[in-house]
Design a protein around this ligand. Structure first.
Ligand code: ADP
Length: 294
């Protein structure tokens, strides 16, 4: 564990603390063990983290470091072995399955690597599907705002097979946002996209935070994707290993290289090649703010 990868002091104070951004999701001493006995895997090993409202946070770390497990536990898709998860002020481990499902439906938006669109429905129908299933009304003004922000106005009546990968993922993003969730979890949202489409999706996710007031937590192994975030938290071996604020792609690459050096392991999946030149630029005006070493 290296200098950057020191345990991260909390920068976002707990929900309700004066003068601090409200946390939309929090984990406390989160532990997840898969299996038992000699084959047990401690995927999360005591994670404390807060995800502030109105921020795009990226979760990074080498393959197997616990990123997906953390996201699944935070989103109520998997149950932790111990510790607590609070979403939108609610401790979710105490909720019944029925209430948890209801919370996921109404308060949480999801974007996955695979777009998971219904092929027989148009883009517009896919976007409103979660609301239609919940028999909730569609706020047309908000629908229009989301559709315009994601740049899908002229594609609304197309089916997924008539859309590019990037457009399909933007439909999936709009679907995640249309119910005005408290928090959106995106799991490798650009994993299937070429660099230009990835840039469009990432720019939209950032815009959804800056202009539409969303809160987004994104798992990614791609430093360029993470450079769109306000904050990047790093996991290693199921623990929080550090964080950066408003990092550039180079800041993230440096942090990953440092972590790999210190662990004596190659950076592996966490260090792809340089960004393609046709990539829309990440938001500008960034500066690195690594955590203080403990
Ligand atoms: P990441 O998303 O960073 O690649 P994961 O959260 O998927 O990491 O996995 C963390 C660790 O937990 C890995 O060692 C992985 O093999 C293990 N793991 C994840 N899911 C399961 C599962 N369902 N059963 C057993 N082990 C699992």
């Amino acid at each position: 564990m290296g200098s950057m990868t020191s345990p991260a002091p909390r920068t976002d104070a707990p929900t309700g603390t004066p003068d601090a951004p409200e946390a939309r999701a929090s984990a406390r001493d989160l532990v997840k063990v898969y299996g038992s006995g000699t084959t047990a895997v401690r995927a999360l090993d005591g994670v404390d983290v807060d995800f502030a409202r109105g921020r795009l946070t990226a979760i990074m770390g080498p393959s197997g470091s616990g990123k997906s497990t953390l996201m699944h536990c935070l989103a109520g898709l998997d149950s932790p072995t111990s510790g607590s998860v609070v979403i939108d002020g609610q401790e979710i481990s105490r909720l019944s399955q029925r209430r948890l499902t209801a919370l996921r439906r109404t308060r949480v938006g999801f974007v996955f690597q695979a777009y998971n669109l219904v092929p027989t429905l148009t883009a517009a129908e896919n976007i409103t599907l979660p609301l239609d299933i919940a028999r909730a009304p569609v706020d047309r003004a908000w629908f229009d705002e989301v559709v315009d922000s994601v740049g899908l106005r002229d594609r609304l009546h197309h089916r997924p097979s008539e859309l590019s990968g990037g457009q399909q993922q933007r439909v999936a993003c709009a679907r995640a946002l249309v119910s005005r969730p408290s928090i959106v979890f995106a799991d490798e949202p650009t994993g299937n996209l070429d660099s230009r489409s990835a840039g469009e999706v990432l720019a939209f996710l950032r815009r959804s935070v800056d202009e539409l007031g969303q809160t987004v937590v994104m798992v990614t192994h791609d430093p360029r994707a993470a450079s769109y975030a306000h904050r990047v938290v790093f996991l290693a071996d199921g623990r929080l290993a550090g964080e950066l604020h408003d990092p550039t792609q180079q800041d993230i690459l440096d942090a990953l290289a440092l972590a790999a050096d210190d662990d004596g392991q190659p950076a592996g999946s966490a260090a792809p090649g340089p960004a393609a030149p046709d990539v829309p630029a990440a938001p500008v005006g960034r500066h690195a703010a690594p955590v203080d070493p403990a």
